[in-house]
Design a binder for this molecule. Structure first.
Ligand code: MF3
Ligand code: CO
Ligand code: CO
Length: 312
């Protein structure tokens, strides 16, 4: 992963500073995240098909039907997910000190419309930009703005595209220059947590197995998990049931072949409780501790699970 930088996984796992000195030091050196200026929404050519909420800016109710697809629908779903992954790869190449999240938004927006797709976040419940960029203590739903990325920041870029009537949704963490060992450890744990959640999936398996697998990883690192933000069915709609909880739970429901949904755990070094900025989107940890997230869109197959948000 990008944030793993120069260290191998085994080296990272062996780091044990008790978490405290390092993260306190990191926290005190790091200025709290503050809102920048948000540029106007970027235009989408009229020729590009839009999701139903694009015009109204209303937040659609979550669709009650699980997202399942026939062969033709699945091909479109695969294409949307592949595009989302390609856009995320490209966005990641832009991450460096001095680049604003608004510049990342512009690049993401332009690449999505060049592919004939619509950037799903744009005007979803009034969200003003085309991608979510969540820096440091931002848990999720950060709005791209004029703030330049700073050496030592971690940033989640969350790309969702709407292509040929289907949404593909994926995010991961990027390091801005050199980051602290504690930030690296948080990002590594987040990848491990997502992968454990994915490995728990398969036909007939309880959805609750996902959160149980993720919780084990978070516990082993002594990181907390956001319970507010959940994974979701995704397909012809951006968000559908079932809720995919990322913490230990006992919810009913089992996975069936053909279903598509996301897993997107958010791990926090301190409290996983959030407060919202006045923009009503940006969710930051109440204690200012770092938060990291990673997300894939998945397909349940007859024999297991497939990650759809891969770039090739
Ligand atoms: N991509 C986010 C998710 O994983 C949703 C973003 S909604 C937005 O579900 F409006 F904030 F963009
Ligand atoms: Co999602
Ligand atoms: Co997402």
């Amino acid at each position: 992963m990008v944030y793993a930088g120069r260290r191998g996984l085994s080296e990272l796992l062996s780091i044990d500073k008790g978490g405290d000195d390092q993260s306190k030091q990191g926290k005190s050196k790091r200025a709290p995240l503050e809102p920048g200026t948000v540029s106007p929404p970027r235009p989408v050519p009229v020729t590009i098909p839009r999701p139903p909420y694009a015009a109204s800016g209303r937040m659609p109710d979550w669709d009650a039907r699980p997202q399942r697809h026939d062969a033709a629908g699945l091909e479109k779903m695969r294409a949307a997910c592949r595009l989302a992954a390609q856009v995320l790869d490209h966005a990641g190449t832009l991450v460096r000190p001095g680049v604003t999240t608004d510049e990342i938004d512009e690049a993401v927006h332009d690449m999505i419309i060049a592919a004939g797709a619509y950037p799903s976040p744009l005007n979803y419940g009034g969200f003003p930009k085309s991608v979510c960029t969540s820096v440091n203590e931002c848990i999720c739903h950060g709005i791209p703005d004029s703030r330049p990325l700073e050496e030592g920041d971690i940033v989640n870029i969350d790309v969702t595209v709407y292509l040929n009537g289907y949404h593909g949704d994926t995010s991961r963490m990027f390091a801005v220059g050199q980051i602290s060992d504690s930030a690296t450890r948080l990002c590594t744990a987040t990848t491990e947590a997502l992968m454990a959640g994915i490995q728990a999936c398969g036909p007939g398996v309880r959805f609750a197995s996902i959160g149980n697998a993720i919780q084990k990883v978070a516990d082993s690192y002594k990181f907390s998990l956001s319970r507010t933000f959940v994974g979701h069915g995704v397909g012809t709609v951006f968000h559908a049931y079932p809720h995919i909880l990322h913490h230990r739970n006992n919810e009913p429901g089992r996975m069936e072949p053909g279903m598509t949904f996301t897993i997107e755990p958010m791990l926090c070094e301190g409290s996983a409780k959030e407060k919202f900025w006045s923009d009503q989107w940006t969710a930051v940890t109440i204690d200012g501790g770092l938060s990291a997230q990673q997300e894939h869109t998945l397909l349940i197959t007859d024999s297991g699970v497939e990650i759809l948000t891969v770039s090739q």
